[in-house]
Design a protein around this ligand. Structure first.
Ligand SMILES: [Zn+2]
Length: 401
C-alpha cells in the first residue's frame, strides 16, 4: 500500500510538471452561476430553498452580515439517512443537510482562516427552532456563561450569534494555540459523564465469531423521543466520525489506508416514560424495551440509540457494546455526544489526547477526539468529530468489517 501511494504521488507530480503553462485554462466560478439564498426568512420559503439547493452546486447562504460560500456541493457518499439529503464539498469543510423529517436546512461551514466553525439552521416551522435552541448545545446563554470560558482569552470566548424567527447562525471558535492544548489536558481524568460499561468487555470472543459478514453497511437505528427533534448535527457528526476511519493522525498521514464504510440511519419512535430518570436507568430500560419487543440484537450490523431531547441530571449519554447482546446507547441531541456514544457501541474507548489533525486546513491543526472523555461543558466546542487514536480506529474498523 505504501508503495502504491508513493507511486501514484510520483505520477501526479510528473503529470503536473509536464503541463503546458501556455495553454492552461483556468476554470472560474462566475457570479452568475452562484445561487444566493437569503436564510433570514426560511419559513414559507422552505420548499423553494430546498429546490434551489438541490439544483445548484455553488451556493451563498446569507444571514445578517455573514455570507457563507458553499462551492462544488455534491451528494455525500457512504451515508444514507431516511428522508434526508446530504451535500458536501470535496475538502469536507462544508456540509448541507436537508432534513425533511423536521423540514429544516442545516449548513456547516469550517472557516480555516478565522478558525471558526459556523453552523446555520433554517426551519419551516418556528416552533421547531425554538425547541432546538432550548438544547444546551445551541443555548447561547449556556455557552457563554459556562466556567471554562472565564479564564480564556476574548478571542476564544467570542461566539457569533444571529437569530431570526426561523433561522439562526452560530460561529464557534475552534482550538487555536498550543496553550489551549495544554489547558485541555488538565481535564483528562474527568470521565464521569460518559459511563462506558467496561464490565461488558467479556463479549470479545463472541464478536470474533461473527466477522464473516460480507457487507460494510452499518445500521444506526435511532429511537427519537419526539418526532420533531432535528438530527442534522448528529448526522453531520456521524458522517465525519466514520470518515475519519480512513485518516491517520499526525505525521503518518502519508501512509493512511482507506476504509469504506456505509452508514444507514433509520428512525423509529421511542416509547414514552423511561427518559426522566438517570441515563443508566434509561439505558437499561431501553434495552429491556428492545428485548421485550422482539428486536433482533444484530450486533454485526446494528447500533440502537435512544435520542433524548435534553440532558439527564449529570450525564450527556451512555453506551455499551454488549448489553444483553445489544450494541446500544442513549444520548442527548448533540452531535458530539451522539458520535461519542456510537463510538462506544462499536468498541471505541476514551482517548484523552489532543492531536494534530492533518486534514484541517493546509497543514493541519489541533483537535481533540470525539472519544475524549472530558466534560462536554468544558470541551465540547473543541472536540472534533474524529476517532483519531489508532487503537480506536482499528477497533471500530474491525467491528465494521
Ligand atoms: Zn464515553
Amino acid at each position: 500500500m505504501k508503495q502504491l501511494i508513493k507511486l501514484s504521488m510520483l505520477i501526479l507530480l510528473i503529470s503536473s510538471c509536464s503541463h503546458d503553462e501556455g495553454t492552461e485554462v483556468i476554470e472560474q466560478t462566475t457570479a452568475d452561476s452562484i445561487k444566493k439564498l437569503d436564510m433570514n426568512e426560511v419559513g414559507n420559503n422552505y420548499d423553494q430553498l430546498v429546490l434551489d439547493i438541490q439544483s445548484n452546486q455553488d451556493l451563498d447562504f446569507i444571514i445578517g452580515d455573514f455570507n457563507l460560500e458553499m462551492r462544488n456541493m455534491r451528494p455525500a457518499e457512504g451515508i444514507t439517512v431516511e428522508n434526508t439529503i446530504i451535500l458536501e464539498d470535496e475538502k469536507d469543510y462544508r456540509t448541507i443537510i436537508i432534513d425533511h423529517n423536521t423540514e429544516s436546512i442545516y449548513v456547516n461551514y469550517t472557516d480555516i482562516d478565522s478558525k471558526r466553525n459556523i453552523v446555520l439552521y433554517g426551519f419551516k416551522h418556528s416552533d421547531h427552532l425554538e425547541n432546538l435552541l432550548k438544547q444546551k448545545e445551541y443555548n447561547i446563554e449556556f455557552l457563554t456563561n459556562r466556567t471554562s470560558y472565564k479564564n480564556r482569552s476574548s478571542k476564544i470566548a467570542k461566539l457569533d450569534y444571529i437569530s431570526t424567527e426561523t433561522s439562526f447562525l452560530m460561529g464557534k471558535p475552534i482550538l487555536t494555540t498550543k496553550k489551549e492544548q495544554s489547558q485541555a489536558r488538565i481535564h483528562d481524568d474527568n470521565t464521569k459523564e460518559c459511563g462506558f460499561q467496561e464490565s461488558e468487555i467479556s463479549d470479545l470472543a463472541k464478536e470474533s465469531t461473527i466477522l464473516n459478514r460480507s457487507g460494510k453497511t452499518w445500521n444506526v437505528i435511532i429511537y427519537k423521543k419526539h418526532s420533531y427533534l432535528s438530527t442534522s448535527s448528529i448526522v453531520y457528526a456521524m458522517k465525519n466520525t466514520f470518515k475519519s476511519l480512513s485518516i491517520t493522525d499526525g505525521s503518518d498521514w502519508y501512509y493512511s489506508h482507506i476504509m469504506y464504510a456505509n452508514i444507514n440511519v433509520i428512525y423509529e419512535g421511542a416509547p414514552k416514560g423511561f427518559h426522566n430518570s438517570d441515563s443508566l436507568t434509561c439505558l437499561n430500560e431501553f434495552v429491556k424495551f428492545l428485548k421485550d419487543g422482539g428486536v433482533q440484537n444484530n450486533r454485526s450490523t446494528n447500533s440502537y440509540m435512544y435520542l433524548n431531547d435534553d440532558d439527564w441530571k449529570s450525564t450527556f449519554g451512555r453506551a455499551s457494546k454488549s448489553l444483553f447482546g445489544f450494541r446500544v446507547g442513549v444520548s442527548t441531541n448533540s452531535g458530539t455526544t451522539f458520535a461519542h456514544e456510537i463510538g462506544h457501541t462499536l468498541g471505541a474507548k476514551h482517548y484523552n489526547g489532543v492531536v494534530w489533525d492533518s486534514s484541517i486546513g493546509m497543514f493541519g491543526w489541533w483537535g481533540s477526539s470525539v472519544m475524549c472523555p472530558a466534560d462536554e461543558t468544558q470541551w465540547g466546542v473543541f472536540r472534533r468529530h474524529k476517532y483519531y487514536s489508532q487503537t480506536n480506529r482499528n477497533k471500530v474498523r474491525s467491528t465494521l468489517n
